[in-house]
Design a protein around this ligand. Sequence first.
Ligand code: PHE
Length: 457
Amino acid sequence: MAKESKAEASNTGKMFATGLGILMATLGSAVGLGNIWKFPTLTGTNGGAAFIFIYIACALVIGLPVMAAEQMLGRSSRGDAVTAFRRLAPGKLWWLIGAGGVLAAFMIMAFYTEVAGWVLAYVFKSMGQGLMTTDPAVTSAAFGALITDPVRSLGFQWIDLLITGAIILMGVTKGIEAATKRLLPLLFVLLLLVSVRSLTLAGAAEGLAFLFTPDFSAVTVNTVLEAMGLAFFKLSIGMGCMITYGAYYRNDQNIPATASKVVLSDLAISLLAGIAIFPAVFAFGFEPAAGPSLLFITIPAVFSSMPLGNVFMVIFFALTFIASIGAQISLLEVITAFLENTFKLNRKQGTAITLVSLALVGSLAALSNSVLAEVTLFGLTFFDLFDFASSNILLPVGGFFITLFAGWFWGKSKYFAQISNEGSLKNEKAGKFLFTITRFVSPVLVLIVLLRGLKII
Ligand code: PHE
């Protein structure tokens, strides 16, 4: 009892104020570069609709139960990724899941801040005329010049870190909740605007066909691993981010409903990003499989080909940057909350240490295309290694253990008490369904995809 009241007290003032705020903050974490940069890139390189189809299956069968489980673990323990497991399983090693999550947050932030930095640079670049060319060779040279310049790479990354750090410093309610509540609707409207523009171009139909007519012949085990990794990444799960946010949830928040809304809205926004990008890519005869540079090389050329392209390009990069903010603050919060609770720091100290350490680790990714281009581990630059290891290994492994914890260690009665808000929600059927999937289906699927994808079996 004493322990519990202390746990509550240490979190006083650290709660999302309203149900809508909870939804927006959580959705703000899910929606980000994952939707606007990774989803189109991977869809493009993996052949379109078939990949989307597998992604949707992963999001529903693995993503939803893991997200709900994390939020429940966070809310019932009122702890960060590590503290939650320490409180729910004292004296046991389960806290290592949370430690892996904090490590994943570092790895993701290291490359994420770099891409967000490029996006920020492009907001300014697209205001001038430099990117207004339909020749991908020119846009490619412009992108190459940016990423191989160590000073600009680091500079934009650090500006990005300072912006996100400032929001984190303002706290859970006044920082995270207030920022995401304002940014998300703006993001949605801007994305809708660009989608309508893209859809009304002559030749848009081919892009839609690419997005919605599946061809499963090109699907390999690797495609499935990529799709699952993307689901973890896009939904911010498998690394304690949803545990950290769950700790700020109100006791009367309907968790299965919230998680479902987040998964579906995140999917809708990804598809909208696809609709904003691919019809235009096809209409102007560009290559959908351009890879990570799709956003920075193909997209400017596409915008340059359309009326009012300059304006739409500024809007597009601004909305992408806005989307990245909500996701980044949730990643920062995982680290900051852990530091605050574990080392008894105040928010200022926690944020400062997080920012400084991220600037250091992040520079490894930021310099991957210049000074450190020749330094590789397992054949990957730091940038690619952080990206691959986090999405395709750390998050699925984390998700696997989270489902084991929630489905087996924590067990039925505690799971049911949380999912139904101690019985006040009459959602027994939904609860049973989610519990069964959490217990039997998700862990098995994650394990098979992971082991096959990494060629272990
Ligand atoms: N979901 C975020 C995105 O799509 C990235 C993210 C991953 C955020 C993990 C938090 C935790 O951009």
